[in-house]
Write a protein that binds this ligand. Sequence first.
Ligand SMILES: C[S@@+](CC[C@H](N)C(=O)[O-])C[C@H]1O[C@@H](n2cnc3c(N)ncnc32)[C@H](O)[C@@H]1O
Length: 437
Amino acid sequence: MLTDTSNNIKITRATESEIPVIEAILLDAVGWLNEAGQPLWAASVVKWDAISTFYQPSDFYIAYKDGIPSGCMAIVDYDPFFWPNVKKGESLFIHKLAVMKSARKTGVADALMEFFINKGTETGVKTLRLDAPAFRSKLLAFYERHGFKCVGTKTLKGERHTAFYILTLSNNILAQNKSSWNAIADSFFGVTALPLYGCLCPTEDDLHLFPNLSGRRILDIGCGSGHSLKWCADNGAGELWGLDMSDAQIKNAGDFLNESGCAPKLFCSPMERNPGLPLNYFDVVYSVYAIGWTVDLQETFNLISSYLKPGGVFIFSWDHPFLHCVDAADEKLIFSGSYYEAEPFTFCKGENRQNVRRGKKDGSYTVPEEGVPMTLYNRRLCDYINALSSAGFAAERVVEETDKDTLEREAEFSSAYYAPFKAKHFPMSIVIKARKL
Ligand SMILES: C[S@@+](CC[C@H](N)C(=O)[O-])C[C@H]1O[C@@H](n2cnc3c(N)ncnc32)[C@H](O)[C@@H]1O
């Protein structure tokens, strides 16, 4: 139950006995929308006979303002008609959001949306979803005001032009990823660390992106087990600072670096927040295969920019954005995904991310049932470059290369996510060096 005391609104889950209340609210909404020349549903569609084909009474929530039924909505955890690729329980969906004419502009609609968002947070789902007629600009603006983002439009059966909206619950994603990184920290001990930048790509020994580190103040974002910081120490760095949101990684990094005779300053925090790092302080900030985990790229780059001195350098590596679009089948590489796909997707470490991301050939999705689920976003190259630019950086070098050894060797056909066969045709990783202006 939600109580909005300032507006005297109470929202409760509907019971069987409240079916007439739901019907009355929906019919009232049909009436005033028709009067306003903005028809949405036919009266026959909102009669309980019709509604009960899709919903139980307990799917509905009713808003009472000053004790009077004023609005309602249905919340379900499965919507195969509008979102066929989203497995039951992965997301929550809202339908039949309606407000009585007498309750317009009284805060009821806002209270219902707030309730929906709180419910998503409590349930732990990573996204909330809804669909709406694409031509209803006021309604779409209302959803956008509550943080929903349009992820596409489609003309469905009956020529209904429908807009699809998602709200990402970033804190739920961070909580899930943190717990999963804690579970697998030990198996990532020293796996992705400088001078390596990533998979089958040139190393720092080939690229020479770092300035002379002698006496410099260095910050590692997503420092993992601390092996990259050790590399910085070996190259003369003056101060070693690291940030990672996994307590297990921070513990491993602390133990490893202290045993190696280093005295790092380590922070257990998501990169989307400043846990107390000094501003305008660092000469170099870098991140080896961690930036892509951020739930807020722009905020992360803004923070990194704020930590750097003017003229300071930021270097990071991550999967090349093509990687999630290319499948390998029948000895061929096929550009079968969409470079534009920006929805967060959940996978288990070890699974082939392409299958997870786009659904398998039979249309089903591989959703983690065991192991360590993690949620990621696909981003385009322009997303990184534009976010850098907005954060006050100039990109100095973008590396899209496969290492020489892989290019020169024979490679057998393989559909593995990171495969030499693929790397001979396009880079598996990108490395970007930028400078704070
Ligand atoms: C592939 S590992 C990188 C390992 C590291 N570069 C090394 O040298 O060992 C990714 C790291 O990012 C961390 N991470 C994931 N999401 C994060 C977030 N939102 N904020 C901070 N760290 C995050 C994980 O805990 C993990 O240690």
